[in-house]
Write a protein of this length. Structure first.
Length: 203
């Protein structure tokens, strides 16, 4: 998992509340067995018209936001089912950070385990970022997990709270497997002792 320390990147505004995981990645695309390749299906029902063409009215189809790595959204982002594919789709599309007033609990956990930083700011702060991203060309934010700050170089500055363990994992780039492998030597020692005990018992 790629560590998250600090990024300065283009911000895209998704001014919608209650964005659920079926909107993030519709259920018909959950049959893939890999974690990659989901980016092209992110927000599929919003990004595409009925005949499959890109919908020019949807924000992520606007050339101004091509390459955005920060998504600013309304409250209760990631509600709905617990599918981890939602985090995979956001990551595969290129998003490293989502800023919103609130997030669904299970999505919050899944995102962190996939290297996506979720930043909770007040509704007033988020509304300001949404407006800035809509109206200021090439609007960029700097998100620092090390300092726990969001700034834009134009006067906006905010701090955010994060669980210390989640912060540590993101800074170090550790998912569940990575955390386990940090104890590889102890695990190998235990397995060796367990195997030896079983062999002696068998004798």
């Amino acid at each position: 998992m790629q560590p998250f320390k600090k990024i300065t990147a283009l911000a895209a505004p998704l001014d919608r509340v209650d964005v659920d995981t079926d909107q993030i990645i519709p259920k018909q695309f959950l049959k893939r067995i890999e974690r990659t390749g989901y980016g092209e299906f992110l927000f599929f029902d919003w990004r595409r018209t009925a005949n499959g063409d890109p919908d020019p009215s949807f924000v992520l189809n606007d050339p101004r936001y091509r390459g955005a790595q920060i998504l600013v959204a309304g409250k209760n982002f990631g509600c709905g089912s617990s599918r981890e594919h939602a985090a995979w789709a956001l990551s595969d599309f290129g998003f490293r950070c989502v800023i919103a007033p609130t997030f669904a609990d299970i999505f919050f956990s899944n995102a962190g385990k996939n290297g996506i930083l979720l930043v909770k700011l007040s509704e007033e702060q988020v509304n300001q970022l949404l407006e800035n991203a809509r109206t200021i060309p090439n609007y960029q934010l700097t998100v620092s997990l090390e300092d726990q700050t969001v700034t834009d170089g134009r006067g906006f500055s905010a701090t955010f709270d994060i669980d210390p363990f989640r912060r540590f994992c993101l800074l170090e780039g550790l998912d569940d497997i990575g955390l386990t492998l940090r104890h590889a030597a102890e695990l190998d020692k235990y397995e060796a002792a367990h195997d030896e005990a079983g062999w002696l018992k068998a004798k």
